[in-house]
Design a protein around this ligand. Structure first.
Ligand SMILES: C[S@@+](CC[C@H](N)C(=O)[O-])C[C@H]1O[C@@H](n2cnc3c(N)ncnc32)[C@H](O)[C@@H]1O
Length: 202
């Protein structure tokens, strides 16, 4: 049995979020949190526990293109982050603007490194665009990124929107993995302003 299973987690990814939260304080008590790419649910298990949503104190929304088993304390939405109505659906389920957006989204690997890299950056951009629409000013974004030719551009884009941006590689990430997490704190712009959309900038 894996360590994750032994500890009752659905994925080893749970350890990564615990570490990121311990270092950067991503999950505040009673916070409204949305987790993009949430299945099978390891991050959601951590988020409901640490926000208090498991006891009805915070609000946690899991969003994924695929189905997942229910997690007590979380609302599960099935959808594509590229869909026009994704931010509105999540805002309605949260009951107001989010304090934190988490994204551990990953597209299925094709095995072709350049294609996989481009897809990963596109998903990162989609998560950033989503975050600027649903986060409250001062909110937090924790975003998975695969290091590659375009990853620096994405980090630069994140920096336009947030006061503090750090990169972290959790110990729980596999050694061969190119993943890092962008931790962006203190979102600058009011949510919902179309001019702030990162996809609209040159
Ligand atoms: C690495 S898994 C996430 C693991 C999760 N953080 C956990 O703790 O169990 C990546 C997820 O991203 C989801 N995903 C990929 N593309 C997506 C998209 N366009 N919209 C929403 N979810 C997406 C996949 O379905 C997959 O479940």
């Amino acid at each position: 049995m894996t360590e994750a299973r032994a500890r009752g987690f659905r994925s080893r990814a749970a350890f990564k979020l615990m570490e990121l939260d311990d270092r950067f304080g991503v999950l505040r008590r009673r916070a409204r949190v949305v987790d993009l790419g949430a299945a099978p649910g390891g991050w959601i298990q951590i988020a409901v526990e640490r926000t208090g949503a498991a006891r009805g104190e915070g609000r946690v929304v899991a969003f994924d293109i695929g189905e997942m088993e229910p997690v007590p304390g979380a609302v599960i939405l099935i959808g594509d982050v590229y869909a026009e109505d994704a931010p509105a659906r999540v805002l309605e389920a949260l009951g107001g603007p989010a304090d934190a957006v988490l994204s551990d989204m990953a597209a299925p690997a094709t095995g072709h490194a350049a294609t996989d890299g481009l897809r990963a950056v596109a998903l990162g951009e989609a998560a950033l665009a989503f975050a600027t629409r649903v986060l409250a000013p001062g909110g937090t974004l924790a975003l998975k990124l695969l290091m590659g030719p375009s990853s620096e551009d994405l980090v630069a884009l994140v920096k336009r929107h947030f006061g503090t941006v750090k990169l972290a590689r959790p110990k729980a990430s596999r050694k061969e993995s190119k993943e890092v997490y962008v931790i962006a704190l203190e979102m600058r712009h009011p949510n919902g302003d179309p001019d702030d959309s990162p996809t609209k900038r040159p």
